[in-house]
Write a protein that binds this ligand. Structure first.
Ligand SMILES: O=C(O)CCC(=O)C(=O)O
Length: 275
């Protein structure tokens, strides 16, 4: 089982790597210590309280359209927080997951984007529709991806933990996705339906644990029925080649990107952004 060494290196084992490659996701316990999480949480909550400025659509609701009053947000989404709070660049979460991405996928993996996803208390509509992240992204030759999802709060069945359909990363074709709340100008969310024989695995994890998923695995999450937040901090690694191609296309995962530059790439051109 993956473990945090005294020198700060998190070592995964062969079974975890095999699970990630076969099933499209893996649960890694104790990636950050309580002290490390507590330090991150201070800044995280400054984002939630809007004490760190996030312009335009990079502060939005992933469970509603862009017109929603922030007071009514169900899933507070902060895109590319390391851009708006540069002191986070190179933080302990970034350093540790960089080393894990290397163990999972080899050399040349780099941070493509980061994201905060906080489900507000008692929001039964704080639902992340079933999707494959690849539906949001330009297609590139090097498809290595590891998206880390760090639990800032214990993530449970009741507050909307991650759910996966194992091995869907191995399907030959991406599933058909459609906008959940309208087109690109209205909202970012994409979704697809489960198929009859899909088997869903819910993955409750503790504060400080991560799940790591592949860009092709089907995943989503349910509403938050509890009095507390369900806060997550996402870091997505892709290959340096892929990131270079994306940036040449003007694609940074900011929701403030100009859509036009994306014409002709990917599978969901009119709605692409970050999953
Ligand atoms: O936070 C969630 O519930 C979903 C996150 C997600 O879909 C992702 O990070 O790709």
């Amino acid at each position: 089982m993956g473990r945090l060494r005294a020198d700060g290196y998190y070592e995964i084992d062969e079974a975890e790597r095999a699970t990630f490659l076969d099933q499209g996701f893996v649960h890694l316990p104790g990636v950050l210590s309580e002290a490390e999480i507590a330090a991150i949480e201070v800044v995280y909550d400054q984002f939630l309280r809007r004490q760190i400025e996030v312009p335009g659509k990079d502060y939005c609701d992933m469970a509603g359209d862009y017109g929603r009053d922030p007071a009514d947000f169900s899933i507070v989404n902060v895109m590319v927080p390391r851009r708006y709070y540069p002191a986070w660049q190179g933080n302990v979460y970034e350093r540790r997951t960089q080393a894990i991405a290397h163990q999972l996928l080899g050399e040349g993996m780099s941070i493509d984007y980061d994201q905060l996803l906080a489900k507000q208390p008692y929001k039964d509509d704080a639902v992340f529709a079933w999707h494959q992240d690849m539906a949001y992204w330009p297609d590139t030759p090097d498809r290595r991806t590891s998206t880390f999802w760090l639990a800032i709060d214990d993530s449970t069945l009741e507050n909307g933990c991650m759910r996966f359909v194992p091995a869907t990363n191995k399907e030959a074709r991406l599933r058909q996705h459609a906008p959940v709340f309208g087109g690109r100008g209205t909202s970012h969310a994409l979704g697809t339906e489960l198929l009859d024989d899909d088997v869903v695995v819910s993955v409750p994890i503790d504060r400080g644990d991560c799940t790591v998923h592949n860009e092709r695995v089907m995943h989503g999450s349910g509403g938050n029925l509890t009095p507390g937040y369900r806060r997550a901090y996402v870091l997505a690694y892709r290959s340096e080649d892929t990131i270079r191609i994306e940036r040449q296309l003007g694609f940074t995962h900011s929701h403030n990107d100009e859509g036009e530059v994306l014409d002709g790439v990917g599978v969901q051109n009119e709605t692409m952004g970050s999953g």
